[in-house]
Design a protein around this ligand. Structure first.
Ligand code: FRU
Length: 468
C-alpha cells in the first residue's frame, strides 16, 4: 500500500503534471495540477502554514470519483500542491470523500467530511440508496492521513431527512464542539442541522436552522461563524429561482444573519447572494492565527455541463479556487476583500487619469476611483465591466463568446460603484466594489495575444498594479 500510495502521489504531482500546458494557469489561485477541482475543504492555518484541501477528481477533468487534493501556502498568495491525501478507500466513503472541514488542536488536524456511498436504489432522494456518512480523519501535516473513524450514518440524522445530509463544518466554542451539516428534508426543503459534542467523536443533534418560507430544496456546504458580534450563516442552496438580476446562476451562495442562538432558537433572517458573477459556489471560511476571517470559494459552478464547457478541460484540468478574501460586516452585509497580502505582492504601479490601456500582463490589478460618471473596463477585448448613472446597473458581460465559453451577462442594480478593485490572474477575474459589498467573479479564456485591458470614463482616475 505504501509503495502504491507513493507511486500514485508521484504520478499526479510529477508525471501527469508534466504533460499539462501552461495556458490559463493562475499564479495566485489554487488549481489542480491535473483533473477536476470543486469545493474548498479543510481550510485552516497550522503552525503558521495555510492549508487548502479541495474536492478533486485526479483522473477526470470533467469530474468523477472525489478525493481531497491538498495545497499549502505561507501567505495565501503562493500555493504549492502537495498531493491527494484523502482517498475514498473505505467501505463507508468508497463513492467519494465529499466536502468537509478542518479543526486544528495542538499538533493534530481533525478533518471531518462526508463519505458518500451509492447503494442500489434511488440514491438521489428519500430512500437509503445513498449513505451520507460523517467521518473524522486525523492528520498531522495534511499530507498523510493517520486514521479514519466513522462518526455518524443516515440513522443518526433526524427522521424527516432524505439521504442528502453532508458537508460537516466543525468548530470549538466555549469548551464544546459544534458541527453544521447541509440537508434536504423529505418535504424537499433545504435546512442546516446543528450538532454538538463534548469529545468530537459522539455527536448530538440539537437544532435546525431553516427559513420560515422554503428557500431551495437542498442547502449544501453550510458555514457558521461570528463577524462583528453577529452570527453569520453561509449556505449554497439549490433550487432558488432567478429574481431579476439576482440568483442568475444555476446554484448560488448566500449569507444570512442568525437571529437568536444557533444552538437553540436561532433563525436565519433574509438571504443575500455573496457573489454576483458566473463562477462562485460552496465557499468555506476559517480563522487565521492573527484573527482574520478568511473565505475561499470554488470559482466554478456545479451541474452546468450542458450550458458550457470550461476550456481548460482540453488541457486535462478544470476549475480553480477563488482568491483568499478577508471578511467584514458592514450594514448587516458580509463584505469580501482580497487578503491584504495581495497588495504587497504587486511591485509596480502606474497611475492614470481618464483612461488606461495596457496589453501584456497576464496578472494585474486595476483600481478605479472617481467612478460617479459612466465608466467601462474592457478585458481581453471581450469581457466588459460597466456602470452608468443613467441606469445604476453594474454589468459583467461577455461580448466574445469564445472568451467566456458562451456565457452572457451578470448584473446588479447598484446606486454607486465606489473603490473598485479588479483582480486578474490568467483566467480569473474578480471584481470588488463598495468596500467588498458587491463582488463578481468569473473565469475567462483569452488567447496568448489577447491579454489587453482598457479602462475609460469621464473624470475616471486610478492605478494599474502588476508584478515584474
Ligand atoms: C457542492 C457539493 C457538496 C459535496 C461535494 C461533492 O459542490 O455537491 O455538497 O460534498 O460537492 O463533490
Amino acid at each position: 500500500m505504501n509503495a502504491l500510495y507513493r507511486a500514485f502521489q508521484k504520478l499526479i504531482k510529477e508525471e501527469l503534471r508534466k504533460e499539462m500546458p501552461e495556458r490559463w494557469r493562475p499564479a495566485f489561485h489554487v488549481a489542480p495540477p491535473v483533473g477536476w477541482l470543486n469545493d474548498p475543504n479543510g481550510l485552516c492555518q497550522k503552525d503558521g502554514i495555510y492549508h487548502a484541501f479541495f474536492q478533486m477528481a485526479p483522473f477526470e477533468p470533467q469530474g468523477g470519483l472525489k478525493f481531497w487534493g491538498h495545497s499549502v501556502s505561507q501567505d495565501l498568495i503562493h500555493w504549492e500542491f502537495k498531493g491527494v491525501p484523502m482517498l475514498p478507500d473505505q467501505p463507508y466513503d468508497c463513492h467519494g470523500a465529499y466536502s468537509g472541514s478542518a479543526l486544528v488542536e495542538g499538533d493534530q488536524m481533525s478533518l471531518f467530511y462526508t463519505g458518500n456511498v451509492k447503494n442500489l436504489g434511488d440514491y438521489n432522494y428519500v430512500t437509503n440508496g445513498r449513505e451520507s456518512n460523517t467521518i473524522l480523519a486525523v492528520s498531522k501535516d495534511g499530507e498523510k492521513i493517520e486514521s479514519k473513524k466513522l462518526l455518524m450514518t443516515n440513522a443518526d440524522y433526524p427522521d424527516d431527512m432524505t439521504c442528502h445530509v453532508r458537508d460537516p463544518k466543525v468548530w470549538k466554542e466555549g469548551g464544546r464542539y459544534y458541527m453544521v451539516q447541509g440537508a434536504r428534508t423529505k418535504e424537499d426543503k433545504g435546512v442546516v442541522l446543528v450538532f454538538s459534542s463534548e469529545d468530537k467523536y459522539h455527536w448530538n443533534y440539537i437544532h435546525r436552522l431553516e427559513s420560515e418560507e422554503k428557500f431551495g430544496f437542498m442547502w449544501e456546504c453550510p458555514d457558521l461563524y461570528e463577524l462583528d458580534g453577529q452570527t453569520i450563516l453561509c449556505i449554497s442552496p439549490q433550487g432558488v429561482e432567478q429574481d431579476g438580476y439576482w440568483y442568475a446562476n444555476k446554484y448560488q451562495t448566500v449569507t444570512s444573519v442568525i437571529h437568536g442562538d444557533f444552538r437553540t432558537d436561532g433563525v436565519p433572517e433574509g438571504f443575500r447572494e455573496l457573489d454576483g458573477g458566473f463562477d462562485f459556489y460552496a465557499p468555506q471560511t476559517f480563522m487565521t492565527e492573527d484573527g482574520r476571517r478568511i473565505l475561499i470559494g470554488w470559482m466554478g459552478m456545479a451541474d452546468v455541463e450542458d450550458e458550457y464547457t470550461n476550456r481548460t478541460t482540453e488541457d486535462g484540468w478544470q476549475n480553480v479556487l477563488t482568491l483568499a478574501r478577508e471578511l467584514s460586516l458592514k450594514d448587516g452585509i458580509v463584505c469580501q476583500n482580497p487578503v491584504r497580502e495581495l497588495s504587497s505582492w504587486w511591485n509596480e504601479e502606474v497611475s492614470f487619469e481618464g483612461q488606461y490601456t495596457g496589453n501584456t500582463d497576464i496578472c494585474y490589478e486595476l483600481n478605479l476611483k472617481n467612478t460617479e460618471k459612466k465608466w467601462e473596463v474592457l478585458i481581453a477585448g471581450g469581457l466588459k465591466l460597466s456602470w452608468s448613472p443613467e441606469e445604476y446597473v453594474f454589468r459583467m458581460e461577455f461580448t466574445d463568446g469564445k472568451l467566456g465559453c458562451g456565457r452572457g451577462l451578470r448584473a446588479r442594480e447598484i446606486k454607486a460603484c465606489k473603490d473598485i478593485r479588479i483582480v486578474v490572474d490568467a483566467s480569473c477575474v474578480e471584481v470588488f466594489m463598495n468596500g467588498g459589498k458587491d463582488v463578481f467573479s468569473t473565469r475567462f479564456y483569452p488567447e496568448k495575444d489577447q491579454y489587453t485591458v482598457k479602462a475609460s470614463g469621464e473624470g475616471l482616475t486610478g492605478s494599474y498594479r502588476y508584478r515584474v
